[in-house]
Design a binder for this molecule. Sequence first.
Ligand code: VNL
Ligand code: MN
Length: 340
Amino acid sequence: MRRIATEEAFSIPEIAHALRKLCESRTGAQNIDMMLVRNIYGDGAGYQAQFLAPLLDIEDERLRDMDANGVDMQVLSLTAPGVQMFDADTATELARVANDRLAEVIARHPRRFAGLASFAPHSPQRAVREMERAVRELGLNGFIVNSHTNNEYLDDPKYWPVLEAAEALDRCIYIHPRGPSELLAGPMRDYGMFAALWAYGVEVSTHAVRLILSGVFDRFPRLKICLGHMGEAVHFWSWRLDFMSERAQRAGAPRLQLKPSEYLRRNFAITTSGQESPLALEFSIRQLGIDNVLWAIDYPYQPSASAVAFMDGVEVTDEQRHKLYHGNAEKLFHIAPLAQ
Ligand code: VNL
Ligand code: MN
């Protein structure tokens, strides 16, 4: 059984270095992303400092971990917050370097790695050029964006060129979490909620609902958005989103051609990164359809072994397991199927 893991994080020394500089230059900042960045890239005191080495390693320990756990391929993406905390010029340049590096690694291990391209949303025109280069010249498999950029979301018309490019290039945009935007962040500072425990899901689910309700999927009907962490629970709200959005439209919200639940089935795919609940998976398959659910680990933040054990063990048909483990990923990310 070919296993393709679809939300697997990496970084490069240039970006780790730039993030470390950011920690030093904004020491007083209470910004949640700075808490996150310090955790990994700061003075080594952060509780997540152990992730820095495995993020930077792609071809040694990572490949051994994949071999040991029967993971055939990782779809790599530049880890959060990506390039989005830097100024537009720095972000544009670092995205380009990260994409080049990614393409080089994939060229050396075409059966082991695929990759999602980064871009700097804060400079939409240059982002579009990088997206085109990433697909046409580098052959990358899709795009990654770490949710908001300077507290703005992709439904903002200034970002429509990015959505248009993704649709035209037929590559999905994977919306990965970062620390929540300013006004969502306040209540997330306590009890360890600020990142993967809770805040990440609030941030990305809010982003997804904004996209749906703004009507961008009527403008870009073939745009595909991928959400990790079992869809950040957005589809759990399908019925209520449908019901309440009708009410909101009657009260002046943008008119939508479809119901939110219909956009979720048509324009979204979700992955199981960092969510090993069989019940949540069963619900997701029934709500979104088996073709829209993909397996992921969230390496190195989550262990490969339990992610494999989870997907090996869930009670689905063989045909469904094939789709979850690789068939859907091959289609969504344009990965060549193995010769029969
Ligand atoms: C992620 C997941 C990041 C779990 C984390 O810390 C974490 C991620 C930065 O998916 O980016 O603990
Ligand atoms: Mn992740």
